[in-house]
Design a protein around this ligand. Structure first.
Ligand SMILES: NC(=O)c1ccc[n+]([C@@H]2O[C@H](COP(=O)([O-])OP(=O)(O)OC[C@H]3O[C@@H](n4cnc5c(N)ncnc54)[C@H](OP(=O)(O)O)[C@@H]3O)[C@@H](O)[C@H]2O)c1
Length: 257
């Protein structure tokens, strides 16, 4: 028996067309889960699909969606249900870097954009995914797993990143609220506080940030993308069913450094 066989399960992964999300999508498809990627860029969506579809028999689809827009999220959920009939797992992973401004220079537009994608996005995603999960529970099929991509910055300080930090602290709060409120339906909610991974987001940052990170991370390396595969599978599998409401750093020890 394969302890981590996810055949027959359906996972949504927002921002699953690149970076951390694609790493997680790879693991889910390799373990047999059907995957719906929700993201905006159609060329990246097509490329990611081509890759994950080559792994095996599980089905993968990509649905264009801006998670900051409620109508998009509602439509993406409807499309996912039309294709797969159910959703068991949701990784609310899509996100952007902050506006990069110091506190005295912040703008309303910069602050609102970061919060719209990074905090409102996961909240809207959970809104529509849990409507379905709750309906399933009421029909005798309880359960569901919500996992949000948070950041070490939700619990530590970084220069010119207060909007990003606030957006990630918001999803830690969303996690605890969701875990408490939805436990009655056997739905769990957890946040993964990632440290430093090389992706399109970090490629845009000041190179000094990468050098500083690598010195501070006790394991002395950025996160490895292969490691995201098994991590996602664990949080999508029944083996994590008794973990809920947690904000777990995945950071090579960065937060204790
Ligand atoms: N890399 C790190 O070190 C690190 C550390 C901690 C946390 N994180 C978090 O990890 C998550 C993924 O970031 P990444 O590092 O993997 O960067 P990435 O490669 O730029 O991935 C970001 C993903 O989010 C999607 N996305 C962005 N805005 C979106 C929107 N409005 N609606 C839907 N999808 C959207 C992007 O696809 P489209 O552009 O096609 O929409 C892309 O798939 C983010 O939440 C980020 O804050 C990253």
């Amino acid at each position: 028996m394969d302890l981590f066989d996810l055949s027959g399960r359906v996972a949504v992964i927002t921002g699953g067309n690149g970076g951390l999300g694609l790493g997680m999508a790879r693991g889910l498809v390799k373990s047999g889960a059907n995957v719906a990627i929700w993201a905006r860029n159609e060329a990246k969506n097509a490329k990611a699909l081509l890759e994950v579809r080559s792994f095996g028999t599980a089905e993968a689809v990509a649905i264009p969606c801006d998670v900051a827009e409620e109508a998009d999220v509602e439509a993406a959920m409807a499309k996912t249900l039309e294709i797969f009939g159910r959703v068991d797992v949701c990784f609310a992973n899509a996100g952007i870097s902050g506006a990069g401004t110091a506190i005295p220079d912040m703008t309303v537009e910069g602050w609102d954009r970061t919060l719209a994608v990074n905090a409102r996005g996961p909240a809207l995603t959970y809104k529509y995914v849990t409507r379905h999960m709750i309906e399933r529970a009421r029909n005798g099929d309880p359960g569901g797993k919500l996992i949000v991509t948070s950041s070490g910055q939700s619990i530590m300080g970084v220069n010119r990143s207060s909007d990003y930090a606030a957006s990630k602290a918001a999803v830690n709060g969303l996690t605890r609220g969701a875990a408490f409120e939805l436990a009655r339906y056997q739905i769990t909610a957890n946040a993964l506080l990632f440290g430093y991974y090389e992706t399109d987001i970090t490629a845009k940052a000041d190179p000094k940030f990468a050098a500083w990170m690598e010195k501070r991370i006790p394991l002395r390396r950025p996160g490895d993308h292969e490691g995201l595969e098994g991590l996602a599978v664990f949080f999508a599998s029944p083996h994590s069913d008794y973990i809920t409401g947690q904000c777990l750093p995945v950071d090579g020890g960065l937060c204790i450094s």
